[in-house]
Design a protein around this ligand. Structure first.
Ligand SMILES: [Ca+2]
Ligand SMILES: [Ca+2]
Ligand SMILES: [Ca+2]
Length: 282
């Protein structure tokens, strides 16, 4: 071997070794990045509350509601799980960044532990499908009957804590009497959304079912319960371009945050009072 060939071989060996080291470092870094993302997802996973199945009366039982909350009818719901909190921006942003989706706007109110807003029914389903795929579990939007069953937490009264509106338990809008004001009184310090879990939970351990953000449910929209399923399943007939939203939001008077109240909108609509609560088959 002449000296040129020998020098060339030596450079080649050094370069090869460096390349292998670089490749190994890249692989290790990719692994630790994916480990870190996996750990982050674990931190963000919603806490799920086991809801024992049962039979309840669904609809407006105290004649405070709208015609679309009638007729009151008995529904038997199977056991399922529901997230203790509304989906936060932290979780939704992680999902959006992982899948290349646009981040929903926060109106300048802040992200992190605030409930995600400006999300459509389709966004809620996409999050549930992605989380199911990542975890091997079965996340989905709750059915409307499941939502009211857990929103009532065992009571026939308008609110899960009883008959009277209370800012100890909910972030909502102006006082009913005057229709004006900021919706800030006492423990309710928020004009817009409050960080999830800022109030006392319902007797079933669920936070912010009343108020904060509306929560999409899986069903098609029907403007009466005439013909509604009585087995707790999603009502997949009716106006399936629209879906119900439940629980009221930061902007509404007390009657809108009653457990029986129903709102509806186009499934593509993504208002700044619209959010998500995930359910899970167990
Ligand atoms: Ca408020
Ligand atoms: Ca809510
Ligand atoms: Ca209504």
């Amino acid at each position: 071997m002449n000296s040129f060939t020998s020098t060339f071989m030596s450079i080649w060996r050094t370069a090869s070794s460096l390349m292998i080291v670089a490749l190994l470092l890249t692989a290790v870094s990719a692994c630790s990045q994916s480990d870190a993302r996996q750990e982050r997802l674990q931190e963000l996973m919603p806490a799920m509350v086991h809801i024992e199945g049962g039979t309840f009366s669904m609809g407006d039982m105290v004649e405070e509601g709208d015609a679309n909350e009638l007729p009151v009818h008995e529904v038997s719901v199977q056991t399922f799980a529901i997230a203790s909190h509304e989906v936060t921006f932290d979780l939704y942003d992680f999902f959006a960044e992982s899948t290349g989706r646009d981040l929903p706007g926060d109106e300048g109110w802040g992200r992190e532990t605030r409930p995600v807003t400006n999300v459509s029914w389709h966004d809620g389903n996409a999050l549930a499908a992605w989380l199911s795929e990542r975890t091997g579990r079965s996340f989905r939007l709750p059915t409307e009957a499941e939502w009211e069953y857990m929103g009532r937490a065992g009571t026939d009264a308008p609110y899960p804590w009883g008959s009277n509106i209370s800012r100890e338990y909910a972030n909502y809008g102006p006082n009913d009497c005057c229709g004006k004001g900021t919706g800030i009184f006492g423990r309710d310090e928020w004009e817009y959304t409050a960080p999830v879990g800022s109030f006392e939970p319902s007797p079933w351990g669920l936070y912010d079912t009343a108020g904060n953000v509306w929560e999409w449910v899986s069903d098609c929209w029907n403007d009466s319960y005439e013909g509604a399923p009585t087995n707790g399943n999603s009502w997949d007939e009716g106006d399936c371009a629209r879906s119900p939203l439940r629980g009221g939001s930061w902007t509404h008077y007390s009657r809108n945050i009653r457990a029986a109240n129903r709102n509806d909108n186009d499934r593509t609509s993504a208002g700044n009072g619209y959010g998500i609560r995930l359910a899970e088959d167990i």
